[in-house]
Design a protein around this ligand. Structure first.
Ligand SMILES: Cc1cc2nc3c(=O)[nH]c(=O)nc-3n(C[C@H](O)[C@H](O)[C@H](O)COP(=O)(O)OP(=O)(O)OC[C@H]3O[C@@H](n4cnc5c(N)ncnc54)[C@H](O)[C@@H]3O)c2cc1C
Length: 453
């Protein structure tokens, strides 16, 4: 994005729920990294349920902006249904195994009342509801809400506060945190190949000290340790756990890794010479008017991948970023997008925007930039969700340190942190941060505990 600020968040975008209960917000405030809006009390107290109501326009595929009243009608219904999907924690009997199946059944039940029983209005309501489902796919980082388990869905906690961004980029936070550490404490670009545990390793020239863990890097360097906190993404674990740990992980842990969900959500940034949107608009949403949540979406990725895109956030403020839209797209369509060239993505996005705005001469964006989280070898997706067939217990199993036996004379050899190990804040930066603190505290407790006589 040549003309823009040079700042494009390829990953985390917002602090979700910026309020005192959020450690990312607390740290960001402590380091003075947030804008004045985020610091306001009212901002911190607002209950937005994870989705701040940004001033928006919704484009329909017939090339016209849809009536805000019609859009709100469908959205309000979806919000009610989504809230009801969070109420099945601990339920013995479930109406459906997945959030998607539950929501679609609830929508189907309401069809007679939708759109005031007018055929066209009903079709539009269903099309908007289809967009709502796609937005949820982005939020859950999944291909389909049919993959997200219904029973544990309500375990995820949304903190109060209107989501905010870091004016200097998300990385300004780790930069501040790192500056407090002695230089060389953190080694970047140092991929680990294998973590050997339950071993007996000695440093060259120091035969007295015996370590249970040896971390072997791809460049051949090794590090001996008593304790290792593993924070690689669940996507990486899914692909590599068998070789990454020697000896392999216990079956219970492997099953949790296999069952928990880890999908893809990507961003597509488009930079424009001039905005085609109104200055007050911060969110451009997209509705394909022939879609319905009650029909199977097209499996022809090549022909239809772009229809999974939910719309665009306008990067704010334009004085800093230029005229840049950030689109979000989840699932298999997103993974397909990763296989295309920049030129192909740019030309498809131009075509889509021309259809949506009804302007066949809309100038093409001057540049495109997108994330490719599924292809990224050390990530293999975006973030975790609790998939059908798994539960919050699997998150706790994933977080469980090894060896499992608390009486083991060499405890806490492997500890596990990262967003996928936090039962109520998975998929977020604050979940990741808290999980790291949790494991650090586990070690603190061990070091403070009186040694056995
Ligand atoms: C598109 C997108 C948008 C998002 N938006 C938000 C948002 O708005 N707000 C929010 O709170 N969260 C958001 N998230 C989620 C947030 O980014 C994650 O929850 C968070 O970064 C997880 O932190 P982590 O430390 O668990 O994992 P990561 O940040 O993935 O860190 C894991 C690290 O392990 C490294 N690694 C992997 N394998 C190895 C290896 N073999 N050797 C050495 N290192 C290895 C990886 O390279 C990576 O640096 C978003 C994520 C994506 C993808």
């Amino acid at each position: 994005l040549p003309a823009a600020s040079g700042l494009a968040e390829m990953g985390a975008h917002w602090i979700h729920g910026p309020s005192p209960g959020n450690p990312v917000f607390r740290l960001a405030t402590h380091y003075g990294l947030l804008g004045p809006e985020a610091a306001r009390e009212e901002n911190q107290q607002a209950e937005a349920g994870g989705h701040p109501p940004l001033p928006s326009v919704t484009y329909g595929s017939s090339g016209k902006a849809l009536s805000p009243r019609v859009v709100s009608e469908a959205r309000d219904l979806f919000d009610i249904l989504l809230a009801s999907a969070r109420a099945f924690r601990g339920a013995e009997e479930l109406p459906a195994p997945s959030v998607g199946q539950y929501l679609r059944a609830e929508i189907a039940r309401r069809v007679p009342a939708l759109g005031g029983s007018k055929e066209d209005a009903l079709r539009l309501q269903l099309a908007i509801l289809a967009t709502c489902l796609k937005l949820e796919c982005c939020i859950s980082g999944t291909h389909s809400m049919d993959l997200v388990a219904l029973e544990p869905f309500g375990e995820y906690i949304s903190l109060p506060g209107l989501d905010c961004t870091f004016p200097g980029g998300y990385s300004s936070l780790p930069d501040c945190m790192l500056s407090a550490l002695p230089e060389g404490t953190v080694l970047l670009n140092k991929a680990v190949r294998t973590i050997w545990w339950r071993g007996s390793y000695r440093e060259e020239g120091d035969k007295a000290r015996d370590f249970p863990v040896r971390v072997e890097c791809e460049d051949g360097d090794t590090f001996l340790a008593d304790h290792v906190i593993v924070t690689v993404p669940l996507g990486f674990l899914k692909e590599h756990h068998q070789d990454f740990f020697q000896p392999p992980l216990p079956e219970r842990k492997v099953e949790a890794i296999r069952r928990l969900g880890f999908g893809t959500n990507n961003k597509i940034f488009l930079e424009f010479e001039q905005p085609f949107w109104e200055p007050q608009q911060q969110l451009l949403e997209v509705v394909w008017e022939d879609e319905s949540p009650l029909e199977e979406p097209s499996a022809d990725l090549e022909a239809n991948w772009f229809k999974k895109l939910i719309g665009f956030v306008v990067l704010q403020p334009p004085e800093q970023h230029g005229h840049v839209l950030c689109g979000f797209i989840a699932g298999k369509e997103s993974e397909y997008m990763e296989t295309l060239s920049d030129a192909e993505v740019l030309s498809t996005m131009t075509r889509v925007l021309r259809v949506l705005t009804g302007n066949p001469h809309l100038p093409a964006p001057r540049s495109v930039l997108r994330s490719r989280w599924h292809s990224a070898p050390y990530t293999r997706g975006s973030y975790s969700y609790v998939a059908v067939g798994s539960s919050g217990d699997d998150i706790d199993v994933l977080a469980q340190p090894l060896p499992e036996d608390p009486e083991d004379p060499r405890p806490l050899q492997l500890l596990f942190a990262g967003e996928a190990t936090h039962r109520t804040f998975y998929s977020t930066t604050h979940g990741a941060l808290l999980s790291g603190w949790r494991e650090a505290e586990r070690l603190n407790q061990l070091f403070e505990a009186p040694s056995p006589a």
